[in-house]
Write a new protein. Structure first.
Length: 357
């Protein structure tokens, strides 16, 4: 279980989880103590060094009737808090409880959930603002968004299969989108400018990766192999609301329950904000066709074409057809070695719209 900085008897209003091992918190040994000073007696701050330590803390937050759960981090921190929280609510002790308001704090590399809701400010500013509002009895605006329920089959190292459920808001599930994140997170300090670098490297590599120039020994492997890696399709059977996508070599597979803005560079899932709907984007296009659609990615527009499905839906399933298993990115978090994944409309999540800084 994580270390608690301050124990307040009885009910608390704000429960904060901070991960000292996260990229943004490394080197900040007194991070939890600093946040505890901000929330004061109105809340508790706990450190979690792994995902297994989240549930015991959330149980205590529920017992103390914390109205707000705060994830000190970005989309990934919110993702694990949401998954653990919804699992805890299935336990007999808490089946009469409801999910508290959950607050992301702009601590990640993209923070699309906070951006979608309109949350502004870092963790310190947001906690200070939230505590002040609660102390004064001021109204805290709430925004409700759909989450996705994600049911998956994982292949273990020994070849056995195991089913599990998680929750999220957006997934780069296969093809170009998933491989983009692989390159993005390979950078030591990924940021919005890294998005531009990955795209530029992809486009620059095309003339070399798909021509006889690729055989030149003097050509750097990064330049030779970048585009072929990015555009390597994912072989899958994709079904959207019961209708099977007629192509198996998928150039990209994406799904989300809210519109997202990736570092003010790309915008996706413009249909995802419709209540009770997901936005599925699946394609079987060539590398040049994908590049030609970059302006639509920049503008957040619709994708059209015979080999494209860009539509709202309630469920999307993908099944691996070849030897390559799926490794989808869900809210910035990797889930590896999956044979089958079903994305469906999940629970509504209440998020406090706190604007600070």
């Amino acid at each position: 279980m994580g270390r608690v900085l301050q124990t307040v008897s009885g009910a608390v209003q704000i429960g904060v989880i901070t991960n000292p091992n996260s990229r943004k918190n490394r080197g900040h040994a007194n991070r939890a103590a600093k946040l505890q000073r901000i929330v004061g007696p109105m809340g508790e701050v706990h450190e979690t060094r792994d995902v297994d330590s989240i549930k015991p803390i959330l149980r205590e937050f529920l017992r103390k009737r914390a109205r707000y759960w705060v994830a000190d981090g970005g989309d990934g921190a919110l993702h694990w808090m949401l998954r653990a929280g919804l699992e805890v609510l299935e336990e007999p002790e808490f089946r009469e409880s409801e999910l508290p308001l959950t607050l992301p704090t702009n601590g990640g590399t993209i923070d699309f959930v906070a951006g979608n809701v309109g949350i502004k400010g870092n963790a310190e500013q947001l906690l200070d603002k939230l505590r002040g509002k609660l102390e004064r009895g001021s109204h805290v605006e709430e925004v409700e968004v759909d989450a996705m329920r994600i049911d998956a089959v994982e292949v273990k190292d020994d070849g056995t299969e195991d089913s599990f459920r998680t929750y999220g808001f957006a997934s780069a599930a296969g093809g170009f989108a998933q491989r983009f994140y692989a390159k993005y997170y390979a950078h030591q300090d990924p940021k919005p400018s890294t998005i531009v670098k990955v795209v530029a490297s992809t486009v620059a590599s095309v003339p070399f990766g798909y021509s006889p120039l690729r055989k030149l020994r003097a050509l750097p492997s990064e330049l030779r192999d970048y585009a072929p890696f990015m555009f390597n399709p994912t072989r899958a059977r994709v079904t959207i609301d019961g209708a099977t996508f007629p192509y198996e070599q998928c150039s990209t597979i994406n799904v989300g329950s809210m519109s997202i803005n990736l570092g003010n560079v790309f915008r996706f899932f413009n249909k995802g904000d419709e209540p009770g709907k997901l936005h599925a984007l699946v394609a079987a296009t060539s590398p040049m066709e994908t590049i030609a659609r970059l302006p639509s990615m920049l503008a957040g527009g619709d994708f059209r074409g015979r080999k494209i499905r860009d539509q709202s839906c309630r469920e999307m399933t993908m099944e691996a057809l070849g030897d390559e298993l799926f490794a989808p990115i869900i809210d910035g978090e990797y889930y590896r070695n999956l044979r089958k994944v079903t994305f469906s409309v999940g629970p509504r999540v209440r998020i406090p719209k706190v604007v600070a800084g």
